[in-house]
Ligand binder design. Structure first.
Ligand code: SF4
Length: 421
């Protein structure tokens, strides 16, 4: 059944992946969505899966908890909604990209669909016009970034900062250059990524024009568009509120007004509309428990599905996330993240930076920046994490962030927080 699904005539829903709570489906929206249609998708996720919805760091959607039969049904029903689900290679734009950037992305998608190249399944092409929330710091295999002289910089394998520069070209040359690079990548086999191509950069290109920098779009209300005439509400789902059906309710409220729904880098969700509409939607989002405040400590916590949703989990990640969010201010001040993973698989918490609390059959292990700090039982988790917070709070100097304090104390010093009294 899974193989059948992978060969599905519409590859817009990525091949489902087996996880501890069943099959996971990931999809990317290429354009702003109609909130009513998206509400229907969320209802389907609750009907066929376990109703857990996540937004990834790249702004893709994940729905979890499907079986072999239900995932195929979900895929069929989702396709029938006619949402702008990505087909084939991911060609990403920012959530507030201009018409020109969207058109460019569309042309690249169309050309790639005709070429049928055998490319790595995770290959990403980013078209970045410097618009709000464009996430220049997300890595891509091929980058197309707009410069201040209106030419587009073509680069390989990296973020806006780190990618290897190939050329600066005019708008009408972008498509052919990108497809040419894709052909070169495909010629080296389906495991090849953009960073693997060796193309020398001429020294002149390194002094090329600056790129347009997009503002970060935060959570809460903000203005966008020409002269800032548009309004939007930015929010996050939060580790404790990932209920697709609850999100569907918010979408249905949004559908009463003219506006749309967009997803962006950094797990961002945006509703657009009039200022009045976005303000009333913000109140409902707050009532439902979504994150609508940039100071919310939940922004610093990433938790996997955990027990009981996931059969592989060794602790209830969401409960601990809730406790930490309620009790851990100012520890979770945004300068460090806390990743809560129910088992060693670490779904959604791949980074080795920051704090990671990982479950195993015997105990929970807490590491910092990839190095072990302490181990303790599940029953002691809340008490031990509270000890860590108090330890850091007692040593925090004026105007220090948590990251600054723990860097000054050092990992060995921090381990003293867990010494038995
Ligand atoms: S990391 Fe979490 S969601 Fe993933 S398999 Fe382990 S317990 Fe399940």
């Amino acid at each position: 059944m899974i193989d059948d699904f992978r060969r599905n005539a519409c590859p817009s829903l990525h091949a489902p992946m087996q996880t501890g709570d069943g099959l996971l489906v990931r999809m990317h929206m290429t354009e702003p969505c109609d909130p009513t249609d998206f509400a229907a998708l969320c209802e389907l996720a609750g009907q066929h899966g376990n109703g857990i919805m996540e937004v990834t760091n790249r702004g893709s959607l994940q729905f979890r908890g499907f079986g072999d039969a239900s995932v195929a049904k979900f895929a069929d029903d989702a396709i029938s909604l006619k949402l702008p689900i990505s087909i084939g290679v991911d060609v990403e734009t920012g959530p507030f990209a201009s018409m020109i950037a969207r058109q460019l992305a569309k042309e690249i998608r169309r050309a790639l669909a005709e070429e049928q190249l055998n490319l790595a399944p995770k290959l990403v092409i980013a078209v970045n016009d410097g618009s709000i929330g464009a996430s220049a710091d997300l890595s891509a295999d091929i980058r197309v970034d707009l410069s201040i002289d209106k030419r587009w910089r073509i680069a390989l394998g990296g973020t806006e900062e780190s990618a290897h520069i190939v050329d600066f070209v005019e708008f009408n040359e972008v498509g052919s250059r990108v497809i040419g690079l894709c052909r070169q990548i495909a010629a080296h086999g389906p495991a090849t990524r953009g960073r693997d191509l060796v193309i020398p950069t001429s020294p002149g290109l390194l002094k090329g024009p600056q790129l347009l920098k997009g503002e970060n779009a935060s959570v809460g209300l903000f203005s966008w568009g020409v002269d800032g005439e548009g309004s939007a509400l930015g929010l996050r789902l939060s580790p404790t509120v990932q209920d697709a059906r609850l999100f569907a309710q918010l979408c249905r409220t949004a559908a009463h007004h003219q506006g749309d729904l967009r997803f962006g880098g950094g797990k961002a969700v945006y509703f657009t509309g009039s200022r009045q509409h976005c303000t009333s939607l913000l109140e409902q989002a707050r009532e439902f428990g979504f994150v609508i405040d940039s100071c919310d400590p939940r922004l610093a916590i990433a938790a996997c599905a955990g027990a009981p949703a996931c059969a592989s989990a060794h602790y209830i990640t969401k409960d601990l996330a809730e406790t930490m969010a309620a009790e851990a201010t100012p520890f979770l001040d945004g300068s460090v993240k806390l990743h809560l993973s129910g088992c060693e698989k670490r779904c959604g918490c791949r980074e080795t930076r920051d704090f990671l609390l990982m479950g195993s059959p015997e105990e929970l292990s807490l590491s910092l920046d990839g190095e072990m700090l302490a181990t303790f039982s599940q029953a002691d988790a809340r008490r031990e994490m509270a000890k860590l917070q108090r330890f850091v709070a007692d040593r925090r100097q004026a105007s220090e962030t948590t990251r600054m304090t723990i860097t000054r104390i050092g990992r060995a010093g921090l381990a003293a927080a867990f010494e038995r009294n």
